[in-house]
Design a binder for this molecule. Sequence first.
Ligand code: NAI
Ligand code: MG
Length: 356
Amino acid sequence: MKKNILIVPGDGIGQEVTEVGKKVLEKIAEKFGHEFTYDEALIGHVAIEATGNPLPDETLEKMRASDAVLFGAVGHPKYDNDPSAKVRPEQGLLKMRKELGLYANLRPIKLFDELLEASSIKPEILKGSDILFFRELTGDIYFGEKGRKNDGDTAYDIAEYSRFEVERIARKAFDAARTRRKKLCSVDKANVLETSRLWREVVQQLAPEYPDVEVEHMFVDSAAMMLIKDPRRFDVVVTANLFGDILTDEASQIAGSMGMLASASIGDSTGVYEPIHGSAHDITGKGIANPLASVLSAALLLDISFGLKEESDTIIAAVDKLLKDGFRTRDIADASTPENMILNTQAAGEELLKRI
Ligand code: NAI
Ligand code: MG
């Protein structure tokens, strides 16, 4: 198969982990006889530094022209503590999602057996957890009007959803539930928010079209509690942009670490595959970031954008083997991990390649 993949590492550990993700794609191409070509583009802080724009037109054009995008992360401490900054790395991320129509963000919360002990949640609560989140990605409070009034003393962010936006993400989630354990949990805050009342109304209206899927509605505060109390009760979860952002960082603890969670953003055109984590300033440059979220994002890319299920499964099996062989990165190591089994980013990548 001939495909053109755009590599967009972005900032911080995005650079470090995406390098490993790309090597994994190269190894897969070699093993299975595919012809993948690669191009690279800038986004975020590095793009601002080079061009003044967090999402240069050239990057967007390359994204549109490619068959899939492997993305890292954006963000730099310089902006996080400067509320007055007008140009910010995250603007590039949001604009990319909007421009490419990436309305569905799939976040599989997959717990590798070997990491049962790495989580701060008790193993007997965790064992067998397997959740697929559908986070809506191009609407909600992230994209509504925002600003200041009263001479800057009052700030506002408007949350908005249309019926159309809710329906298209809900349908994706219903369809996915059909291929899994046939349970869909729709998370909202319909007791308080009007956008959530529309959300619930739309999901309720669609439900009769999917009689084989058992639908449950849950308030987001309760869902946050239930994720930790009883993660196994969830199969597919569908939720709004903001709730999904927060709940999936929480759910990363089911999988052991932020460094283990991959995501696929899909919609109207090219799919974008990225770790759920950010640029992690606290560990940038130390070479200790866990590259597995990027590697598992590459696996999602092969499966979803190219239909290469066997290749994708090969990557997941290699990750499983790496963990079974006892190797860990710092974030997923525990007190029982021998120091010589704790690998840096590059070494973890090399051990993984050997197992593909
Ligand atoms: P973060 O996700 O970058 O890091 C949170 C914590 O998890 C940190 O302690 C970090 O060291 C750890 N962590 C994350 N990924 C890891 C990995 N692969 N291996 C080991 N440990 C890992 O979130 P934080 O610190 O809140 O934000 C840092 C920057 O990233 C900010 O500028 C923020 O705006 C940006 N950000 C960007 C995102 C994106 O590009 N999709 C998503 C979230 C945050
Ligand atoms: Mg987040």
